[in-house]
Design a protein around this ligand. Structure first.
Ligand code: CXF
Ligand code: ZN
Length: 369
């Protein structure tokens, strides 16, 4: 295949502008690339953050939780076949120190490969409109379009018995939350976890913790519907921080303290409570995007005497080729009901879907093509 492919794509033309669905051309796959006809794509908070100011070049086609069917492959592709059902995840170089240590989320070239809008190899565009480049390659996929171009490296082949239309969020938001609990914290059966924020990432952390038989899992979340869902998904306790602002005291009252905590809010005061809720040798994982000027609000002596670790976690410390099929296996075994987080919308209702997620009416919107 050498000719460009005609596609419809949701474009953000400038910071804060709504998505507009327009005709574009997608280039034919190069040697290491894969062309995918999209079936579904999740909307992640990062898509919304980029639409409203997280620094990416404009105009751009966002979208980084795509699933679909392989339409064409480049000449060097060996592990992905035409007709395969696939989930798209983030890109990495496969060669740097961290990639060689099976930590591709910390690839030395993560930013240019996933957020720069053009091919990392030569700065070329994958998407054009009337011959003019449009920024694409968002997480090496730009899946808010009827066709996406990815690399073989970030294309994960899935079992065809799975519901392909809703698999896309396994490639980012669900991987981020579940992987944080399972890979990064390495939570063991019986160990306890407090999760601050019950959105898609926080509830995915809960799903991951349950899949590996964690002990007490407490979800701190102001929205009643999300707290109810957390209980349905296996949280042992929920806390409404509006009704109980001293969440630290409440966690101590409920379970005495926790082995691990995850903050998905990025709010410094929430992080401060999370650090103090930890038992000795506890680990706090940070997943939320903080205000740009925020600094760490923790008491060092208090951390010292308990031997506390605080760390940021990207993409759940996951190797997508290994972790996405692992989550799918848990789903098939009835141990990871991620479908309960998902609300489906037609692709052309992308603005309405993102709005519903921001307002809390849906946890994880998935656009269906
Ligand atoms: C992102 C969060 C912002 C930094 C890059 C990774 N994770 C998922 O959307
Ligand atoms: Zn994401």
């Amino acid at each position: 295949m050498t000719a460009n492919i005609a596609a419809r794509a949701a474009i953000v033309r400038e910071v804060g502008a709504p998505w507009t669905i327009e005709n574009v051309e997608i280039s034919a796959p190069r040697a290491d690339e894969v062309l995918i006809k999209m079936v579904g794509t999740g909307i992640c908070h990062t898509d919304t953050a980029c639409r409203t100011g997280f620094p990416v070049p404009m105009p751009i086609v966002l979208g980084h939780e795509g699933s679909g069917i392989v339409e064409a492959i480049g000449s060097g592709v060996t592990k992905v076949k035409v007709g395969d059902h696939v989930v798209l995840s983030f890109d990495s170089c496969g060669e740097c120190l961290n990639c060689n240590k099976d930590q591709p989320a910390y690839c030395y070239t993560f930013y240019p490969r996933n957020l720069a809008g053009v091919r990392a190899s030569d700065g070329s565009a994958q998407i054009t409109q009337d011959g003019k480049p449009i920024n694409g390659l968002f997480f090496c996929q730009s899946s808010f379009a009827t066709y996406a171009l990815a690399r073989e490296l970030n294309t994960v082949v899935m079992d065809k018995s799975l519901p392909l239309d809703i698999l896309g969020p396994l490639g980012c938001g669900i991987q981020t939350g579940a992987g944080a609990a399972v890979n990064a914290l390495g939570i063991l059966p019986g160990e306890s976890l407090a999760i601050f924020g019950g959105g898609a990432v926080g509830l995915s952390a809960l799903l991951g913790a349950r899949a590996v038989d964690a002990g007490a899992v407490i979800v701190v979340e102001p929205q009643a519907g999300r707290r109810a869902l957390a209980l349905e998904l296996g949280a042992t306790h929920v806390i409404d921080p509006k009704e109980t602002p001293d969440t630290l005291a409440k966690i101590k009252e409920l379970v005495g303290g926790v082995n691990y905590a995850l903050d998905t809010t990025g709010i410094p005061a929430v992080m401060a409570a999370a650090v103090e809720a930890l038992l000795p040798k506890g680990v706090l994982g940070l997943l939320g995007v903080p205000p740009p000027e925020a600094t760490v609000p923790a008491n060092m002596m208090s951390m010292l005497i308990r031997g506390i670790t605080v760390r940021y976690i990207v993409e759940g410390d996951a190797d997508p080729q290994e972790f996405i099929p692992r989550m799918a296996g848990w789903y098939k075994a009835g141990k990871f009901p991620f479908d309960k987080l998902i609300g489906k919308f037609p692709f052309d209702q992308i603005n309405e879907a993102a709005h519903a997620a921001e307002k809390g009416g849906v946890i994880k919107p998935v656009l269906i093509f």
